[in-house]
Design a protein around this ligand. Sequence first.
Ligand SMILES: [Zn+2]
Length: 338
Amino acid sequence: MSQTGAVSRPVSDLGRDDQVLPFAVEPLDVRGRIVRLGPALDRILGRHAYPDAIARVVGEAIVLTVLLASALKLEGRFQLQTRTDGILDMLIVDFDAPDSIRAVARFDKARLVAGQSAHAVRGALFGRGHLALTIDQGGDMSRYQGIVALEGQTLEEAAHQYFRQSEQIPTLVRLAVAESLKGTSSSWRAGGLLVQFLPNSPERQRQADFDPGDAPEGLIVENFVEDDAWSEAKLLSASVEDHELVDPTLSSERLLYRLFHEHGVKVFTPSAVQDRCRCSAERIEAMLRSFSPQEQRDMIGDNGLIGVTCEFCSVHREFDPTLLDADRPKDGADSRRS
Ligand SMILES: [Zn+2]
């Protein structure tokens, strides 16, 4: 792989799963990230045992989240959430920097026709609603939320809309999810590519379809000529096939080389992605303590304990209600919560 101003070395064919590889194609003024997910994705989707059509969309949402969130600083949090009137009424993917991902989906089983292909049911999954992307950089930095209306488009299309409307950065996103079958077992894999046009001169970033803001309608579109470098980068990036993105034998470096070798690709230090939930016994205990004694009593199961299952990672924990009361004031009156 050609590395401008750096040591050039041969392209690595070592395919690594659950990893994000940042890259730059300097002659085209583009930067991007490629993600390949294997075991982490398979564990998340396998744990929930979603029907095929749901698993594919959750897989796409996870890839998109990793692509968008892996640029976060340490400590930051990123959340992708959809709320719609479709079959998949709610989908949440959380990324906790630097590497933890978790996901959950809620859907209407009755509306999912058994045996219907993922492709056929696709448009009905989201229906109408919205996609919200929330970035919380942690510490004193502010929280940012971008919203895109969902009206039957794919997540890939919704991501493009988000970058046009909210970020105003020319961006191309590709997402692919596949279930690979070996004998009687199967496993989920996914891949994604994000490419952004980031020239030094902001003038060159202008896009015909950007939200015009306060400018009179039609002004920006008029006489608009897309930058040649971005046209070329988009063409090359869009040529990536789904099967290439999910191919475990095709390394991310080899794939980038395939797409951009004419211009030279620079790769940076990769980062890992893990299937890890942020829930903990301490957090759930704190949540339980916030309920009134009566509410707590209502949660007690047949075994005398309060059982809580995390909807993200499915870990089941049991709490002794008498211990929850331990630091409650003993004389009844003060223990009531407003
Ligand atoms: Zn959990």
